[in-house]
Each structure stands twice: as C-alpha cells, then as structure tokens.
Design a protein around this ligand. Sequence first.
Ligand SMILES: Cc1ncc(C[n+]2csc(CCOP(=O)(O)OP(=O)(O)O)c2C)c(N)n1
Ligand SMILES: [Mg+2]
Length: 780
Amino acid sequence: MTNIVADTREEKIAAIETLDARLRWLSSWIVHNANHIRPKRDGLKVGGHQASCASMTAIMAALYFHALRPQDKVSVKPHAGPVLQAIHYLLGNQSLAQLQQFRALGGAQSYPSRTKDKIPVDFSTGSVGLGVAITAFSSLVQDYLIAHGSIDETNAGRMISLMGDAELDEGNIYECLIEGYKHDIRNCWWVVDYNRQSLDSTTADRMFRRFDDIFETTGWRVITLKHGKLQRAAFARPGGKSLEDWIENCPNAEFAVLTYQGGAAWRARLYADIGGKPHVKKLLDSFDDDGLAALMTNLGGHCIESLMDAFDSADDERPTLFIAYTVKGYGLPLAGHKDNHSGMMNPAQIGKLRTTMGIETGEEWEPFAGLGGNMAAKLKNFIGSGVLAAKPAEPVADYIPVPARLAVPSGDVQSTQAAFGHVLLDLAKSSEALADRIVTTAPDVTQTTNLGGFVNQRGLFRRSDVADLFREAKIPSAQKWAAHAAGQHIELGIAENNFFLLLTSLGLAAPHFGTRLIPVGTVYDPFIARGLDALNYGCYSDARFLLVGTPSGLTLGPEGGVHQSINTPLIGMGQPGLAYFEPAYADEVALFMRWAFEHLQMPDGSSVYLRLSTRQVPQVERANTDWEADALKGGYWLRRPATGAEAAIAFTGAIAPEVLAAYDQLLDDIPGLGVLNVTSPDVLHREWSASKAARWTDKNPQTCHAEDLLSVLAPDAGIVTVIDGSPGALSWLGSVQGMRVSPLGTDRFGQTGDLPDLYAKYRLDSVAIIDAMAELFLKR
Ligand SMILES: Cc1ncc(C[n+]2csc(CCOP(=O)(O)OP(=O)(O)O)c2C)c(N)n1
Ligand SMILES: [Mg+2]
C-alpha cells in the first residue's frame, strides 16, 4: 500500500507531529477518564501522570513511528505507560475497554508490565533505574546469543530505554555503566526525557554536562538535543545569539517557572534581561505571546525533526545516550509547574485541550477524531504501513530436555554447596543439550560458591578472546580464567544489582530472542538483600533463572555476623515468582536442581532459589526414592513418626546433624517421634495457604501436603521447629493442625565463632532442641 502521507520526509515529519499531539491527548484522556469519569467506589485517588506523559510523547512518536526496527526492544519509563498504551491503541493492538479500565482490575496497568498488560511490553518498568539498566544487560545477552550462533549478527536489535531524568540519580545506573564498559556492550540506546524535573521539584543545575562526562568515560556516545528547529531558526536571526545565550544560562527552576507562566511572562523577563541587546526586542516582537511561549519551549525533545535526525545519526552499534531536553507537561496547562508530577488537568482544562485539538465531546476516544476524514485515513494508513504494525509477537522458545535424573555426587560427608558445584560440573562435562544452554554468573564470587568447576569446563564468555595470563605464565591455579566467544560464564563485578539484572535478562532470553537460556547465578546468601529490588524486578518480569544463595546462615561460623544470612528464608517465602528450597543433603540438591531446570521452563513455572551451605553434613542412607516426591512438595519424613506420635522435630537445611542427634536422644522418651525435613518452607506454606483459599474458590478442594504430613501425629502433638535462619519460616507449621510449637532459629545478628559455640549460643544445637521439646511437654 502506498504510504500517502509520508512520501517525503516533510510529510513523514508532519504525520508524526500529528501523532505526537494525538498521543498527548490520548494519554491525558486515559488518565482523566480513570480519575474524573469512571465511577469511584473507595475514595482512593486513582492517579496517573499526565505531565510525565506529555514530556515524552514526541520522543515516543519519533521512536515508534520512525526509528524503531522490528527487532528492537524498548523499556518505557514507568510514568509514560499511558503513552505506550495509546500507541498500541492507535496500532489496533489495544482495546478501548482496556484503556477505560486504566489502573482498574484487569485493565491497562499503571506502569508497563510484561505479565499484566495485554499489549506487548518488552520490559516491565516501575522501580526507577532498573528498567533502564536492564536494557544494557539485554544487549549483553543478545551478544551472547550472537556469539553462540542463535542470532544472526545482522539481526541484532537495539535495546532501548526511554528514561526519566530522575532515573539518572539511581546508583544502579552507574553500576551498570561500569559493567557494560567491561563487557563492551553495543546496540543499546538510552533516551533521557531531560525535563529537569523529578517528583518533588526541579533538578540540580550543577549536573549540566556531568552526565556527558560520565557516559563518555564509559564508552558511550552522547547526543544532546537541546533545541528544536523553531529555536534554531530564531537563533540564526539577528538578536538570536543573545537569546541562545540566555537560554543556555537559564537555571532549570527559572525556566520551569516561566514555562508555567506562559508567553507574557517570557516576554517581560526577556525584555528585562536581554531586551537592550541588539535586535533582541525586534526578534521577540515578531512572536505573539503564544508564539513566544511555543518558541521558548521548542526544546529538542519536542521537535520531531530533531529527534528523527538524532536517531538516524546513531546508525552504528555504539551505545548511545540521547539527552533530549523537554518540558514536563509540554502542551498542557501543567507545563513547568514544579508540582506537576502527580498534577492533573481539571475537567475545564481537559475540555479546553479537547477543543484545541478539534475533538468533539463524545469523540474523545476516537483515535483520529478532529482530523477530518481524509487526514484520518492517511494517518491510519501511515501507521498501518509502519514497521511497528508488522512487529511479530514474542517467540515461544523450545523446551530444553532435562535428564530424567541428575547423578548424586558421591561422598559420605558433603556440603550442599559443594554438591551443587559437582552437579553442575557433571553437566558441564556431559553432552546434554541442557548443559549447552546453562549460563552461569556471579557477582565476583564464582570460586567461593563452587561455580569454578563449570567455568573451567565451559569457559568465560567474552565477545573477543581474553587470555588467562596466569595460566600462560604456568603459575599454578585451580581456576582457568580465559574468556572466549563460546564461553558460558559471564563474569561480573561485585555489584549485586547487576547480577540480578543480568539474571533477569538471561531469564528473558526465551521470550525476547526465541532461544531459551538456563541461567544459574550464585551470590553470598546475605547479599541477596543488596540486590533485592532487582531480584523482585526479575520475578515481576517473569524472568526464569536458578538463584543459588550460598553460603548461608550462622553455619558459616568464623565469617561472622555480616556474612551470616538470617532473613533470607523469609525472602524466599515472601517473594512471588521464586520457589525457595533449602536442601540438607547432596541427593536433595541434585533432585531440586533437576526439578528447577524443568520448572523454570514451564509456562506456569517460576524462578527457583536454593539456599545452600558450606557445612559438611554426614549424608543419610536412602532405602529407596520414595522421599523424593514429598521433598519436591516441600517436606518429607526423614524419620517417620508412629501414627498418633506425640511429637516431631521439623527442620530445614544444614542443621540436620543437630536434629538427628537430638532425635537419637529423645527417642526413648518419646516413642514414635518423627523428624520432618522441610525442604521448602516456601512451597509447603504456599500450598497450605492456597488450599485454605481453595475451600472457597475451587470446586474440588483437596488437602495440602502440610496437612497430609502432620495428620500422622496426634492431634495434640507438639513440634519443635529448627532452621538456621528466621524461626518464622517454620513456626507457622503449628497452625496447620492446631499443634503447639517451640520454634528455634536465629533472630539476632550472628558473630564469629566455631559451630559448637555458635549453635550453643544461638540455641541451634541438640541441647536446645531437647530443651525446646521439654518445654512443649512441660507446658501441658
Ligand atoms: C525506586 C523508586 N523510587 C521512587 C519512585 C517514586 N517515583 C516515581 S517517579 C519519580 C520521579 C520521576 O522523575 P523522572 O524520572 O524525572 O520522570 P518524569 O519527570 O519524566 O516524570 C519518583 C521519585 C519509584 N517509582 N521508584
Ligand atoms: Mg524528569
């Protein structure tokens, strides 16, 4: 079909300018409808960000209707969510009903969401900064896939972030710049909506040009779009240089105040400041007040032509930062006001905007209202013939077969961390398809978390070879550290935010690039907290990875309090999209890893978190594999209780030897005593809680695993729970059948010490378990 409005570049610019205005209208109207028209039942403010949207409509129009290629992926700043919704509405990908339900249950989401929105969303955003940095890691993942032959280099897409300028204050941005420089990332664009306003107010002038320095230092090209074509034309006229200099030196806050006040205020101020300079007055007087206001706010980020030129100029693979100067609330009565972040047009103001757009009352949702039939048809045609309209849906990646069993590492005494390393090493040595898809990573803790074997076998990934100079100099080392394009371990610096964002990007390789990767990341368990928001972001995006937190707990002993994780079991339980398991024995590690490799490929699966330990634990003899099914459901009887037994010890993880020692001592006094190995407080609790809800919501409610396990005990039995972590991870078990609980665990900071001392002090030893059991019975 001929593209009748856009045969020439001028026509294309005009079409995109019209779309820019349309997006400004629709995004405003989506928010207005949700706040002022849709009935409210709870008195809560619905919210939405008209000014943040208006700030970015031109950038998005120029990007989506001009620069974007089908293989590019875009992360849209959270508060421009309605603009993205409006773009897809114009494209016919979004329904009116969804827009009318913006911020309501089941409707268009407040911020772009991969999992909850009905429109295609490449990257979720919301927690500022994370949605920016993720694009750098996705470009690294794309390079990984190119190097591994899954993507043709000529099909490389750009990973683009459309970001708010306040996002430049987030530290994770700079952590990612450093990591990106090390990995020589490419095909990454960040476009800053540089409105110099955040939530609270205008931003510091002192940062002017500092961002250029920071980005250039880390290998980025910086393209600044300060002025639009109206301004450039005015600067070329007599008196124009004085005007340009004035704008150059105008502080952010003053510019914002004048923008809000409008044309007459601009004129008064410019007369006062530079009116005496040659030709300036004449230049200013050639504009009426509205024209002068339009001129002064004609910044680069609102000029379609400048934006198209800038995007066109970056036609290589170098990472590029576009600093697009904008006005927050551009084209709206909110423009420039320091409080406009959550500000909203009132009905009269939006009515005025509607009138200026030529839109009749009742036609507010019409995609092309007020344009005239001919123009509307042309614009529709233009949109329909664009790249975006032909963008394919996200691919569905193949399932990677997982071996029926993973061999259990041998050894009478083993730690779960070492077992994890052995299982991975065995896979690395194998010819399993799964092994080729595993990508490991760690924030500078590869060796101390037992990833080393895998890395020695499969190598570090770098686009270009990096020699291992120690090895070449024949200096003995257990670790090969040479990097090459076929390597399967991505080396990271210590910043945990980067680690979780890389895991997220790797874990989205299947929907993003059509090739499934099996990411395995290790981190010291307490430092999960450092990257927790990024982990949450990854889970919210439904990225799939295996996270290994190790070593964990007081069981680290001499490493001391800072390294001894306490509340990670609660993180594992509380984090949606992450199934937490804490094995005690090597065969459990192999079982859970196998399950994880499968689970993270399932449409309704999730990421998986294994909390491991370096503690050497005597392994248990297994008569058969009957325990496995229960272990995968969250718990199994390590010592089966007699029917009607009076008591049980329920434990999790590396504390198993203390539990079994206590069991041996208690058995004479409490015949039929059971030992429940809770392999996943998370899965067990989640299913219990779901089964309670299912009683009311499902047709065929069933008992849950926790109930099944505990129903063997006497109804008035007592349970001692033990975990090297927050006791709350297990103490809930008493509620399942209304039993008494004596919970052991750690809820104070740890400290250095050997295990006997620490376990005694923190009441995790067999003496404490026996005491806790006594306490249960004394109470009766
Ligand atoms: C991590 C995080 N902290 C705080 C917020 C609340 N918040 C939302 S937007 C915003 C300021 C956004 O300013 P900017 O990025 O400049 O966007 P714009 O001016 O375009 O609206 C803040 C503080 C958030 N969403 N995420
Ligand atoms: Mg801003």
